[in-house]
Design a protein around this ligand. Sequence first.
Ligand code: N5F
Length: 408
Amino acid sequence: MTPARPAPEFKAPDFTALLSDRARRMSASAIREILKITQQPDIISFAGGLPAPELFPVEDVRRATDNVLTKYGPAALQYSTTEGHPPLRQWIGSRAGIPAANVQIVTGSQQALDLLGKILISEGDTVLVEAPTYLGALQSFQPYGPNYVQMPTDDGGIDLDALEKILKTTPAKLLYAVPNFQNPTGRTLNAERRRRLVELTGQYGVLVIEDDPYGQLRFTGEAAPSLYELGLEYAGDVDSSHIIYCSSFSKTLVPGLRDAWVQAAAPIISKLVQAKQGADLHTPTLNQMIVTELLDDVLPRQIETVKKAYGERAGIMLGHIKQQFPGGVEYTTPEGGMFLWVTLPQGLDSTQMLVRALTRNVAYVPGSPFFALGGGENTLRLSYSSATPEQIETGIKALGETIREAMD
Ligand code: N5F
């Protein structure tokens, strides 16, 4: 089609000037940007938090899809309720020991973060985040104009003495944390600190978002109770709890179905429903039915398969790191999940170093985008979930050489 000639007085809109304040606060995800580069076949990528695709239960999903279409017919392809597929909510609720009414299905836990930001964060509200924290959460919260305060962390997770000091002087609305095998550090908040965090935030009237996509993927050590479980004990009742729990089938089953959920008190759930109506009406009906079909036998089996593979891959990566990385480089030892965190000697810049790493065909995510208020230039995140043992060996060797070169 030949474009019509614009009227002489027409000027293309100044799109940038027309953007909302909210849109102006948005920025691109460093992970998604790097994923574009790492799709080149010769790059060994430790960048994306991508589950291992060769482990996906493709045949089980095929069978479940067929069963669901037979069982539900056109209803599997129809619009459905915003709250989610009732049997899926019931299963999640019964496992958590709460009514299905306190469960909201969402389109990826990423959507939960966006919708929770939308319903809870007014411009200027103080939001406490770990330093570092999941950058996708920052990306979701940012448009709503939070005032971030960073909580210092160490190998046991959030430093609770530091948190108490912050709470004494700063009226905070919300605390966001990833207590299990945190993205990006792989660290876990220890059991004692969990109790204290629930009590402190309870006392100071702070709502907590507990983001837990990796909790089921523990390959070593002992599980600690979730903040949500402790919050139920502390509050004594599901509709008074100040903890909002998010989890997902992305890392335990498959990410492409985009099925995840929120457990929370009724007033939070009912606002989430309204926010979700405006966002996407509901999570795809067929996808929810497929996941439901897989809950009883495929999901537990898949969790075992994935845990075993990631445990092996983490071990292999740590072994090569030990051999290949020069002295002065520190790294975490995760007990589950998909990530470990590397701290280079002070003065090195992992963003600049990425260019050199890419010339050696290896990629990672630089650490600084994981800090709400900046910092962490000498840190980086490595994911071991989707690389083969051979790729891990080659990639870590290349990264070790890159670090040495940068240190010289
Ligand atoms: O449930 P889903 O798939 O939307 O997962 C979002 C999510 C929520 N919270 C935490 C702590 C997470 O780590 C994630 C997923 N993070 C991956 C990552 O690499 O950091 C997703 C990256 C995949 C991508 O952007 O393509």
